[in-house]
Design a protein around this ligand. Sequence first.
Ligand SMILES: *Cc1c(COP(=O)(O)O)cnc(C)c1O
Length: 453
Amino acid sequence: MAKQYKYQLTEKDIPKTWYNIQADLGFDLPPLLHPETKEPTILPPPLFCEAINEQEFSKEREIEIPDPVREIYSSWRPTPLIRAHRLEKALDTPAHLYYKYEGGNPAGSHKPNTAVAQAFYAKEAGVKRLSTETGAGQWGSALAFACGLMDMECKVFMVRASYNQKPYRRVLMETWNAEVVPSPNAETPMGQAFLEQDADHPGSLGIAISEAVFTAGTNDDTNYSLGSVLNHVLMHQTVVGLEALKQFEMADEYPDILVGCIGGGSNFSGFVLPFVREKIVDGKDTRVIAVEPTASPSLTKGLFAFDYGDTAQAAPILKMYTLGHTFIPAPIHAGGLRYHGMAPIVSALHDRGIIEAVAVSQLPVFEAAVQFARAEGIIPAPESAHAVRVAIDEALRAKEEGTAKVIAFNLSGHGHFDMAAYDAYNKGELEDYEYPAEEVEKAVQLLPEVELA
Ligand SMILES: *Cc1c(COP(=O)(O)O)cnc(C)c1O
């Protein structure tokens, strides 16, 4: 057997530190602003514990992963880096295609990498319960799983449309002992207001964030937890890229092109930031591509501006690429990519031309997902399939050019809870969605007025 498929590290190789790119950016990220005063702020203290706040603004290059967190990581990390030999053959490409697979843990996506860390720090700070939001349910299930491990309670506001249409993620969360309620919900004032407008309001991630933040802000024993966007979340995910760096050494290759899908930016960042460091510090000329849906194209169609992180303007204001905090994306099956904004780190890297962005639409994404599944076996999450689409496109371009490019993508999760979406695709019932361009003008009108000293 000449070919090697899996590049496997041992538990000893699980990184001992997370990588903080704020040490190497060469510029300061714009401040977080308080939603009311619009003055620079930390993450509001009743919502987040001190350890998380320190990490959010730290300039230390390496931040130690606490032993109990590393120990929990050990039950699914290191994750494999896999050479997609069969897909290469199916595409008849000279490119070398690799993927890092983050779907092999109990929650089925990269999200437990940060959920476990966040639950650990909250538990240490004496917090009894974490509240959060979830769209399709991946983040909610990751946090429910992590809270269970830490013997904490977990309250999840689940976007009502998903709550009604996708019951199995809810059952997963409940089985891990979380309390799951549909959002908007009459138990919060903002939820009540949205339900008065529309008793069957489908909800959105922006609204669910507002409700989870409100719940943490009004209960002493509860902290809030966010699954993406913020600096500390992206940093926790860097275990993915740090492992991949070592695995490429084992393979005796170095990626020419890195690809990841972006909702809030966490799996993409976790995978690429350790390589972006080598780009900034060592002058490597890796192409780094973020892939977003045409239905929610913040990097390719949004404004780079200060905007609210949530719909009800209860969360801090961030400088980011945004489609406007009231924008509700079309109901694509990649629920985890339906967010109006983007992580400030990803936004700043894109603004400075260090990373590229492309938007792809739902049908070609599922076409790539099915092609990948038939060659490699794993059925990708619809979110991850966005990265698959662009990795295949780059492999086909390499074929045209006749170059043996090394292309690597992050397969952020499996799609076992998305069979209804695959069923619709297989029956020819899926639709493409484009972002309505006039929405940007609406977004401009609604941006907060910010004057920085
Ligand atoms: C949540 C999710 C995403 C999108 O979130 P990011 O923070 O951008 O990574 C992507 N893939 C999967 C499998 C997810 O669960």
